[in-house]
Design a protein around this ligand. Structure first.
Ligand code: FAD
Ligand code: NAD
Length: 465
């Protein structure tokens, strides 16, 4: 048994954990990070990065297929495209590998000690790690739990065989002809759209009455329209019941209470994610929980002194950039800095086609919070850059206080709007008023002009509509 003593122990090297460890190392804190799988966590290995790589492949394939079918309005034609999915997956894996190496390099540069193995609490200060070279005991003054999340498994549709999680979907080297997706949320629609573009017949089974229940109907309408144009069948208010008797599809109950069988080569289950705590030995601690997630306060402190928790293990929103911001903050708190969670917003993006961005409050959320609002919506149909990119669906919408014009929220749906999220987040974080956005010169021709115009519209004098 080897013993290690350190000031800070971080469990889990996803975006939350590795950022926390790097920042702690920069601040001169003697830091150890334990990872049972690969550096970079869900996001880098089986989440954000590989999914965006495969979405890109699908977009490029669809563009080429459109050109081959003579469907471009500007006269481009090409030969019928062919995709070697094995090569695409290998390309995606190469990107992941480069980023893995990058994280390892950054941790080394910050003088963080990396231990590979599964960590299990012995008590509030001590963790046992099973490593390839035998057991290690690590004792630390402060411990950060950053163990992330795992896909939720439906008891009547366990993973295995034809039933896959997002991890399995991102590793497929053969295109399923018929893909049934259970859950029309973030993952189901991002990956469902990608597989439909690659040529699979995709059916989405969503339990609620709308897709992407987190976003309002005005934002999701262009996505629903595009799914229909792609030939994706979306069954709302439908319940998955289990595999068909022959195992060649999914039995569901449709909204009108009837049973239906959906033939499927693969069934992708994306019904949310649960905290990764099962092997952590939480029974040895007395932590307050929030359902299955670990409850935290404004400094990501848990109910036990000296133990913090960050990222997906603490619940929604389960987003990489939230985990990173929490990780950075906790490292600075451990270094004695007076930090607290005071972010004005956590922008969220859904990488569907078109993309959706939301930062701050939606019109309904602002109303529910008691604000009288001014709302400006500017459609991409009136934006030159959107027209020249042949991506006119969607809009930018701004929500501000009616009395002092403080911007409360900004949302957009449209091709390429993910890159506007930085401007939206900055405006809200800096306490911008409608006049600040309207009075900032936005370069022409860009999608960003629709942001400026939405503010002008809310002030009652949009120029291009
Ligand atoms: P994780 O990234 O889950 O990392 C936790 C790490 O802890 C893992 O590496 C795990 O192996 C390790 N671990 C767990 N238990 C132990 C233990 N006992 N001992 C040692 N190590 C342990 N978010 C976005 O913001 N944008 C996106 O575009 C996006 N796309 C996504 C696409 C998919 C398909 C998926 C599945 C998720 C996506 N997410 C996205 C969510 C994002 O991946 C997570 O929010 C993020 O990874 C959370 O970071 P984390 O550090 O909390 O946990
Ligand atoms: P999700 O919460 O986004 O969507 C799950 C969907 O499944 C919901 O619409 C829900 O109503 C539906 N559902 C639940 N049980 C069902 C059932 N039995 N039958 C049919 N439908 C059912 O979850 P997800 O798509 O699994 O993603 C998990 C998390 O990962 C998200 O919360 C998100 O934070 C993160 N993520 C983020 C991004 C991004 O930022 N672009 C991308 C992917 C994942």
């Amino acid at each position: 048994m080897t013993d290690i003593t350190c000031k800070l122990l971080v469990i889990g090297a996803g975006p939350g954990g590795y950022v926390c460890a790097i920042r702690a190392g920069q601040l001169g804190i003697d830091t150890v990070i334990v990872e049972s799988s690969k550096l970079g966590g869900t996001c880098l290995n089986i989440g954000c990065i590989p999914s965006k790589a495969m979405i890109h492949v699908a977009e490029e394939f669809e563009k080429a297929a459109h050109a081959a079918a003579g469907k471009t309005p500007f006269g481009l034609t090409t030969a019928e495209p062919k995709l070697d999915l094995k090569q695409a997956v290998a390309w995606k894996d190469g990107i992941v590998q480069r980023l893995n190496n990058g994280v390892a390099g950054l941790l080394r540069k910050a003088k963080v000690k990396i231990v590979h193995g599964q960590a299990r609490f012995r008590d509030g200060k001590t963790v046992a790690v099973e490593t390839e070279t035998g057991p290690k005991t690590i004792t630390a003054e402060t411990i950060v739990i950053a163990t992330g999340s795992v896909p939720v498994e439906l008891p009547f549709l366990p993973f295995g065989g034809n039933v896959i999680s997002s991890t399995g979907a991102l590793a497929l080297t053969e295109l399923p002809k018929r893909l049934v997706v259970v859950g029309g949320g973030y993952i189901g629609l991002e990956l469902g759209t990608a597989f439909a573009k690659l040529g699979a017949k995709v059916t989405v089974v969503e339990a609620q009455e709308k897709i992407l229940p987190l976003y309002d109907a005005e934002l999701t309408a262009p996505v629903a329209k595009s799914l229909s144009a792609l030939g994706v069948e979306v069954l709302l208010g439908a319940k998955a019941l289990g595999p068909t008797a022959k195992g060649d599809g999914l039995r569901i109950e449709t909204a009108d209470g009837k049973e239906r069988e959906l033939p499927a080569d693969k069934i992708l289950v994306t019904v949310g994610r649960a905290p990764a705590t099962s092997k952590l030995g939480l029974d040895e601690l007395v932590l307050d929980m929030d359902g299955r997630f670990i409850r935290i306060g404004e400094r990501c402190e848990t109910s036990m002194r000296g133990i913090h928790a960050i990222g997906d293990v603490t619940g929604e929103p389960m987003l990489a950039h939230r985990a990173m911001a929490q990780g950075e903050m906790v490292a600075e708190i451990v270094a004695g800095e007076p930090r607290i969670w005071d972010k004005a917003c956590i922008p969220a993006i859904c990488f569907t086609d078109p993309e959706i961005v939301s930062a701050g409050l939606s019109p309904a959320e602002a109303k529910a919070a008691g604000f009288e609002t001014k709302i400006g919506l500017f459609p991409f149909q009136a934006n030159g850059r959107a027209m020249t990119r042949h991506g006119e669906a969607g809009f930018v919408r701004i929500v501000a206080r009616a009395d002092n014009h403080l911007v409360l929220g900004i949302q957009a749906v449209g091709q390429g709007v993910s890159e506007l999220s930085a401007a939206f987040g900055l405006a809200i974080e800096m306490g911008a008023r409608l006049e600040d956005v309207a009075g900032t010169i936005h370069a022409h021709p860009t999608l960003g002009e629709a942001f400026q115009e939405s503010a002008l519209k809310a002030l009652g004098h949009a120029l291009h509509i």
